[in-house]
Design a protein around this ligand. Structure first.
Ligand code: COA
Length: 450
């Protein structure tokens, strides 16, 4: 139902419709609520409200010291560009490609934090937002707008904001679950009708050799996934490669921070049905969607989905209630003791902690669960091993050697859980790229007496 139909069918006296109409403004007027020094939380991912963001940036000469809090946003990030320093400062909980230079050049900040704790910062009042910039579906007949393709990262912070400015988009799907905001809670409404930003699914730079590496990793991981498992997987070449090998599995479930296109075929085939899930049986639990229009259309009013705030989806204690929970995440490098660096390349901040540790710990505590770190054995040019004697100086440990269980490369699977340092080093050298095995063995002999 469209807002026009709702207006026609409901008496104009319905309180929320009156409120909706009275709050309708143009984007330029809505962002006048933003004042210098404000802390702003922005709905991220493919859901970033660009009409509001661009209108705010157009006002830059009137604004100073605005702080913008969010995880990665798909699209241009105008306030992270050189020359914006006086006006805006991005505070990144997870660094997107469009914020990487700004963070590493000191024009934006990185806040390392587990994804389940990001929304807790707002819940606990550690960050008190003056403004929430949100992007939602039109209201239903009861006045509820859905946060659509990003529920997890914004619902809780928006509830704590002093002022909520919403871009209401006819093309934003209606995601079900704990995923709604009532019109009465919105201060300014800007109506738009435009396609959502998409994150392409295919890496244009992937050569056949690289695809073959991902394929082998996918096969090894698929071998670890038993029928009836519940999966967490993100976007990208490794998850896609795993999905290719799951078509013969039965009764898989999904509990994941991020949903993307890759899983749609398995749901439609009935391979993913959630029937064996021990938490939320029959439901696919997620926080947000990163992908293409296919995924956005698929979640629209789809009752298999329940979207929830990230402090719920990514809470390790919640995750662990799914028996046979399999968490699949990637890394920049892993040292011979099992320390996993995923957010930096040496001293350069690359991405973030995200949900990796939330899901590693959740899967570790799940009955029959398997936390998996999957990565190619070397960089694409084969010049650098990703299984390393020791992490690069400045590299950040995301998953500690106390948390790590399975590490998978194209050369096989190393199960480090409960293993000694010597056993770990041997297992990891066995799955390192052959070019680097001799030097790794020499180091391990000298350092760990293997
Ligand atoms: N040394 C030097 N450079 C390295 C490197 C290493 N050990 N490992 C990777 N790189 C470079 C690559 O060459 C590549 O550069 P390019 O883009 O110029 O080719 C770049 O870093 C990215 O590497 P790639 O292997 O393609 O990364 P990816 O897109 O597969 O992402 C992570 C891997 C680890 C960065 C990503 O999974 C991540 O950010 N994880 C952390 C959070 C997380 O797991 N959250 C859960 C899901 S959100």
């Amino acid at each position: 139902m469209t807002i026009e139909q709702i207006r026609q069918n409901k008496p104009q006296t319905a309180a929320w419709i009156k409120r909706y109409n009275s709050r309708l403004v143009k984007a330029d007027d809505a962002v006048k609520a933003i004042k210098s020094g404000n802390k702003i939380v922005v709905q991220p991912g493919c859901a970033a409200p660009f009409n509001l963001i661009n209108a705010m940036v157009d006002r830059k000469d009137e604004l100073e010291n605005i702080e913008l809090y969010h995880i990665l946003i798909v699209g241009e990030l105008p306030y992270a560009k050189p020359g914006m320093e006086k006006h805006f400062r991005h505070k990144a909980f997870f660094i997107g490609a469009n914020a990487r230079n700004a963070v590493n050049e000191g024009r934006a900040d990185f806040i390392p934090i587990f994804l389940n704790e990001v929304t807790m910062l707002f819940k606990r009042g550690v960050i008190v937002p003056d403004i929430a910039l949100i992007h939602v579906s039109p209201p239903d007949e009861h006045g509820f707008c859905s946060y659509g393709i990003d529920v997890g990262n914004i619902k809780t912070p928006a509830e704590k904001a002093k002022c909520v400015i919403a871009q209401v988009n006819k093309q934003m799907p209606r995601a079900l679950g704990n995923s709604f905001i009532h019109v009465n809670k919105i201060d300014y409404i800007v109506e738009v009708d435009e396609p959502l930003k998409e994150l392409p699914q295919i890496d244009p730079d992937a050569t056949p050799e690289i695809l073959e590496i991902y394929d082998k990793i996918g096969m090894h991981i698929a071998d670890l996934i038993e029928d009836g498992s519940t999966l967490q997987m993100g976007i990208g070449a490794i998850p896609d490669a795993v999905l290719k090998y799951l078509h013969h599995k039965k009764d898989l479930g999904i509990h994941t921070e991020m949903f993307s296109d890759g899983l749609i075929d398995l749901i439609e085939e009935g391979v993913v049905n959630g029937e064996k899930k021990t938490l939320h049986p029959g439901k696919l639990i997620a926080g947000f969607v990163l992908g293409t229009k296919r995924a956005f259309d698929f979640i629209n009013n789809n009752p298999i989905f329940e979207f929830h705030p990230q402090e719920y989806v990514n809470n390790p204690f919640v995750i662990s209630q799914n028996e046979k929970m399999v968490a699949i995440n990637s890394a920049i490098e892993v040292d011979l003791t099992g320390q996993v660096c995923s957010d930096s390349i040496g001293t350069k901040f690359f991405s973030g902690i995200g949900g990796q540790v939330d899901f590693v710990r959740g899967a570790s505590h799940s009955e029959g669960g398997k936390p998996i770190i999957a990565l190619p054995a070397a960089t694409k040019d084969l010049k650098i091993s990703k299984i390393v004697a020791s992490l690069k100086p400045g590299a950040g440990v995301v998953t500690s050697r106390g948390d790590v269980h399975y590490v998978v490369t194209e050369y096989g699977v190393a199960n480090l859980y409960g293993k000694t340092i010597q056993e770990r080093a041997k297992a990891l050298i066995n799955i390192a790229h052959p070019y680097f095995r001799d030097e790794l063995t020499e180091y391990a002999k000298k350092t760990f007496n293997i």
